[in-house]
Design a protein around this ligand. Structure first.
Ligand SMILES: C[S@@+](CC[C@H](N)C(=O)[O-])C[C@H]1O[C@@H](n2cnc3c(N)ncnc32)[C@H](O)[C@@H]1O
Length: 256
């Protein structure tokens, strides 16, 4: 999938809030090595460097466009253009942090214990993932995919939600953890502008579908989804759109 940093950063403030809420729950501890998985445009990675200025901070990112944006936003971070699906570091990190990225990878029953093995003894894994896949913003993407002339090209993208219940993560991480803190928050995001929920998903989940379509068909898919999602999230009297968005967080300490 091709990531567009400008589209993604249209809602930079709203997207930053959960990253900060996650960071706030990571205890103060002397981290020498930190890795940010799916570091994106670097606007969160640079905060890791600010909080632990003496640590070596590495950003792993699979999109060349995002790596370029990240290098500009956080030049004192080491950037690695790599696919997390095959990421096998040669050493463990004191803090493995990941905001809004790991839901792009499959098979969390295998993925999470594998990532936990890259956390140094006594160190922390801190992860935030959206859990909004059954909300109209996301369900309407699948419905649009399955009801238009494009169905044959996009139906393979209609898959079950990639993120499980909190209990699932507790179960798969417990054998590797000294302590597990998992919670969820639903943010009532107040958005401005024309059809902002469409603009929001166009920076992330909708892009998976638009990427495989071209020209008029791509525009028609976006318009069909846009019409439905605008109805699902009407503007209030003040012209704002209220977009509830649920996210799951975990801060897990590795065993000594
Ligand atoms: C929603 S963005 C989040 C970016 C950043 N963590 C933030 O909080 O702003 C998700 C990022 O994960 C990256 N990503 C998704 N799958 C990946 C993979 N398999 N390997 C590396 N990066 C991946 C995407 O390229 C994208 O930049």
């Amino acid at each position: 999938m091709v990531w567009n940093p400008q589209q993604y950063l249209k809602f930079a403030g709203h997207r930053l809030r959960p990253a900060l809420d996650l960071l706030a729950r990571v205890p103060d501890f002397p981290a020498d090595t930190i890795v940010d998985l799916g570091a994106g445009a670097g606007n969160v990675t640079k905060l890791l460097k600010q909080r632990w200025p003496n640590a070596k901070v590495t950003g792993i990112e699979g999109s060349a466009e995002m790596v370029a944006a990240g290098r500009k936003a956080a030049p004192d971070v080491e950037w690695q253009h790599a696919d997390l699906a095959s990421w096998q570091p040669s050493k463990r990190y004191d803090l493995v942090y990941s905001n809004a990225a790991l839901h792009w990878l499959p098979d969390h029953a295998k993925l999470f214990p594998a990532i936990m093995k890259n956390v140094a003894p006594g160190g922390f894994l801190a992860v935030q993932m959206p859990r909004n896949f059954l909300a109209p913003s996301h369900v309407l993407i699948a419905e649009t995919a399955l009801t238009g002339p494009w169905r044959g090209k996009v139906e393979h993208l209609v898959t079950p939600p990639p993120v499980h219940e909190p209990q699932f993560y507790h179960e798969v991480l417990a054998p590797h953890a000294a302590d597990i803190d998992i919670w969820e928050s639903e943010y009532l995001q107040v958005l401005e502008g024309e059809n902002p929920v469409k603009e929001w998903t166009k920076g992330t989940w909708l892009t998976r579908y638009l990427d495989v379509l071209e020209g008029d068909e791509k525009a028609a898919f976006e318009a069909a989804y846009g019409e439905q999602v605008a109805k699902a999230y009407p503007r209030n009297a003040a012209g704002q759109t209220l977009f509830p968005f649920r996210r799951m967080f975990m801060v897990v300490q590795a065993k000594d």
